[in-house]
Design a protein around this ligand. Sequence first.
Ligand SMILES: *[C@@H]1O[C@H](CO)[C@@H](O)[C@H](O)[C@H]1NC(C)=O
Ligand SMILES: *[C@@H]1O[C@H](CO)[C@@H](O)[C@H](O)[C@H]1NC(C)=O
Ligand SMILES: *[C@@H]1O[C@H](CO)[C@@H](O)[C@H](O)[C@H]1NC(C)=O
Ligand SMILES: [Cu+2]
Length: 214
Amino acid sequence: MSQRLCIAFIVALLSVQSVLAHYTVTYPSSRGFDDTKEPTAPCGGFDSVGTRSQFPLKDAFVEINSGHTAYSYLINLLVANEPAAADFSNNSANVAVATGTRSYPQAACLSLDMTKNSAAKAGANATIQIVYNGGDGELYQCIDVVLADTVPNWNNSMCINADGSASSSGSATTGSSSGSTTATTTQSPSTANSLTYTGGLMFAIAACLAFIIN
Ligand SMILES: *[C@@H]1O[C@H](CO)[C@@H](O)[C@H](O)[C@H]1NC(C)=O
Ligand SMILES: *[C@@H]1O[C@H](CO)[C@@H](O)[C@H](O)[C@H]1NC(C)=O
Ligand SMILES: *[C@@H]1O[C@H](CO)[C@@H](O)[C@H](O)[C@H]1NC(C)=O
Ligand SMILES: [Cu+2]
């Protein structure tokens, strides 16, 4: 194993780490994800409306997978057919339906209060914009939807928090900590995975540095 190989190995590991350090939308599907474009407003580099999925007006949530251990988020709902960048900047049209913070990585179920946007009606086309900040700037993802009173194939089991907590914490519901009680599942804490990963990365770098110095 040459020094050059060793350096390439470290660079590869670090680039994996930077992908893990952002976030992805797990449910429902977002327009698209590109790690390098995720800082681009309003939709992480995806400017055109994509495939729409039906999205519930009640007990709504989006599921994300966070690479950062601590982050804040703002989720907006924009009721429109073909929203332009200017529409996302219009605070009267693009209305906050959730804000919060989390202090654990990986799976997080973010509850939405769709009633915050008076334009939210069954049958309307809309785009959900997620603005996430894990410490390296705002990162954007958008989900194109058709709003519905009930969504037959909506999967409540996708509402998972990696710390095992219920889904309601951090929801936008002002002055209330209550949220959906049915849409919750728990999963054993998987923080250990990322700690193991970070530990492994540190060990690999240390081993490589020792090799280079010798
Ligand atoms: C902003 O959104 C509101 C509500 O939809 C709309 O009435 C208004 O015309 C929009 N403003 C601009 C500058 O587009
Ligand atoms: C919703 O958007 C789709 C295209 O994404 C369009 O075909 C449909 O007509 C729109 N629905 C309404 C109610 O405007
Ligand atoms: C719903 O989500 C759970 C948890 O991810 C998954 O195990 C299950 O297969 C999903 N059900 C459907 C019908 O997709
Ligand atoms: Cu990041």
